[in-house]
Design a protein around this ligand. Structure first.
Ligand SMILES: NC(=O)c1ccc[n+]([C@@H]2O[C@H](COP(=O)([O-])OP(=O)(O)OC[C@H]3O[C@@H](n4cnc5c(N)ncnc54)[C@H](OP(=O)(O)O)[C@@H]3O)[C@@H](O)[C@H]2O)c1
Length: 266
């Protein structure tokens, strides 16, 4: 993804209009460029790629469409991949929508600190260092009602095992399985399938692109939340398009906090 300012005069884009080149990998034409208003992000154009862009939408619409969060219902939400682009926003939306407890699972102590101290998560678990089942029980004494799943695999089996009856899994992604030769969504263990059935836990596939009719309103909401400070944005910025490949590999291995951004123009 790339942000272009100083718009090309040849295409005669209006002054102050910034463009997002939706997908440089597919060689999209100018027709797939999208006009955006810099005021929506107080000039932080990179937010259009994350918190006020596709990953923010996946977080907000995922919670709204599949999370069944009800204010006053004393719900606990767990987010895996919690310090990433989707996860960091999803947890904050869960808290704003009324979850009394939001617990993040992520890969480093630095990420855990950011979740709790900067983003207002109730607690965070480092899955690389801590015993996740034990820590999850401590952090979620009333069980788990809503699970925003970015990673799948063992982490998700552990969370689902501690979910309450009638809970909801938001199946956002399964990044721990992406390098395996398995279909999407990857098959669940028999034990996890049995838990879902026995406890009537919903787990439907969520694809943000299926909800684009709700995108404009959701982007407005995200913009307001970011501008008011209700939602905080984390980014990891790498300078230079020549580092794009390394940055992507680093993101897949957990090198990013928040949205991984490649800055092309200074
Ligand atoms: N459903 C949709 O429409 C939609 C839209 C956008 C994205 N997604 C999905 O949302 C998820 C997050 O995407 P994102 O763009 O926001 O990326 P991201 O979370 O910013 O970055 C990926 C993170 O995944 C974690 N990770 C990598 N390998 C892992 C593993 N084996 N086990 C556990 N965690 C691992 C790493 O954090 P740690 O340090 O914590 O390991 C890494 O920082 C992905 O699954 C993606 O496919 C879905």
């Amino acid at each position: 993804m790339k942000i272009i300012d100083n718009c090309s005069p040849r295409l005669q884009y209006p002054l102050f209009t910034q463009l997002i080149l939706k997908c440089i990998f597919t060689g999209s034409s100018y027709k797939s460029l999208q006009f955006v208003d810099p005021q929506l992000v107080d000039g932080h154009l990179s937010y259009f790629l994350g918190a006020v862009g596709i990953t923010g939408l996946a977080a907000l619409l995922g919670v709204r469409e599949k999370g069944h969060v009800i204010k006053g219902a004393n719900q606990t939400m767990v987010v895996s991949g919690a310090a990433g682009a989707c996860g960091s926003i999803a947890g904050q939306i869960g808290r704003l929508d009324g979850c009394v407890r939001v617990v993040g699972i992520c890969g480093t102590d630095e990420k855990c600190r950011a979740l709790v101290e900067d983003l207002g998560f109730s607690a965070a678990i480092n899955y690389g260092q801590e015993d996740v089942p034990t820590k999850l029980k401590e952090c979620c004494p009333d069980g788990v009602d809503v699970y925003f799943d970015n990673v799948g695999g063992v982490t998700s089996d552990t969370v689902i095992a501690q979910m309450n009856k009638g809970g909801h899994v938001i199946l956002c992604g399964q990044i721990s399985q992406y390098n395996k030769d398995v279909p999407y969504p990857p098959p669940l263990s028999e034990e996890t399938q049995e838990t879902l059935q026995r406890k009537s836990i919903t787990r439907e596939r969520f694809m943000v692109l299926n909800y684009m009719n709700k995108a404009d309103a959701a982007l407005c909401e995200l913009s307001q939340c970011v501008k008011s400070g209700q939602v905080k944005v984390l980014e990891t910025v790498v300078n230079g398009i020549e580092h794009m490949g390394d940055a992507f590999c680093s993101m897949m291995k957990g090198g990013n906090i928040g949205k991984q951004i490649i800055k092309i123009l200074q």
